[in-house]
Design a protein around this ligand. Structure first.
Ligand SMILES: [Zn+2]
Ligand SMILES: [Zn+2]
Length: 242
């Protein structure tokens, strides 16, 4: 089912059966758009500074303002700054799971609102931002029927009309699931998985948007393809850090 068809069906269901929170199961009162109740939303564990200036990985203890972690020293990322909003646990984890694995599109407005707030907080003084989703391989896209990154960006655009989505990035290699691979193997596996469609104009600066950042290898491979095509600056923003 497509997300728009889902929304129409959901609106009818909300009328008949009140929605319950996808994390704690409590009935949601107030806005029927939300997938998480207020309590679960406020209890999500935000990533707080200090963090690595490049990849955004949280660090313990006192560090310099421009601290760069050992991973980024060893393999400097292609993107400029990578930022994530929450630890991959609790309500945010449940909501991401609900979206990705159970096609619960009711969580999109909540997650998009969090992402938009994160974009404005981490990258202030930026007016019209160009957002790019991590593309799925066409085969996987057909099988799943939607790309969670695209849906999250569309949710952000509904809240802020100045945001633009650029569709020039494509996945040319269907990499197998990454979860069982080592860090080095992941990096190698996705390195050449993306390219930019030959459509002429590329934006100067883009923000890659995704749900979860694990090692950052996928986002960095996207950044590599974008830079190669002429994008000057790539930043990344994900809901959660796995
Ligand atoms: Zn709840
Ligand atoms: Zn780092």
């Amino acid at each position: 089912m497509k997300p728009w068809a889902y929304s129409a069906g959901r609106a009818l269901l909300d009328f008949v059966y009140p929605r319950s929170c996808c994390d704690c199961g409590e009935e949601i009162t107030g806005s029927i758009e939300n997938g998480l109740c207020w309590d679960c939303r406020t209890q999500t564990l935000g990533l707080s500074p200090p963090w690595c200036e490049r990849c955004g990985m949280g660090v313990a203890g006192r560090v310099d303002h421009a601290f760069v972690c050992s991973d980024c020293h060893e393999h400097p990322p292609v993107y400029e700054r990578g930022r994530s909003l929450y630890h991959y646990e609790g309500g945010v984890r449940t909501a991401i799971h609900a979206l990705k694995y159970h096609r619960d599109f009711s969580v999109i407005p909540d997650l998009s609102r969090l992402l938009l707030a994160g974009l404005r907080a981490h990258f202030p003084n930026e007016e019209a931002c160009v957002l790019v989703a991590v593309p799925l391989h066409p085969r996987r896209q057909r099988k799943r029927g939607f790309n969670q990154g695209v849906e999250l960006i569309k949710g952000m655009q509904k809240l802020d009309h100045s945001l633009e989505r650029w569709k020039g990035l494509q996945r040319i290699k269907d990499t197998e699931t990454q979860t069982r691979l080592s860090k080095a193997a992941r990096r190698e596996n996705v390195r050449s998985a993306f390219s930019v469609k030959d459509t002429g104009e590329v934006p100067q600066k883009v923000y890659l948007i995704d749900d979860v950042m694990t090692t950052g290898a996928t986002l960095d491979a996207c950044a590599r393809a974008l830079r190669k095509a002429g994008v000057v600056e790539v930043n990344t923003l994900t809901l959660a850090r796995g």
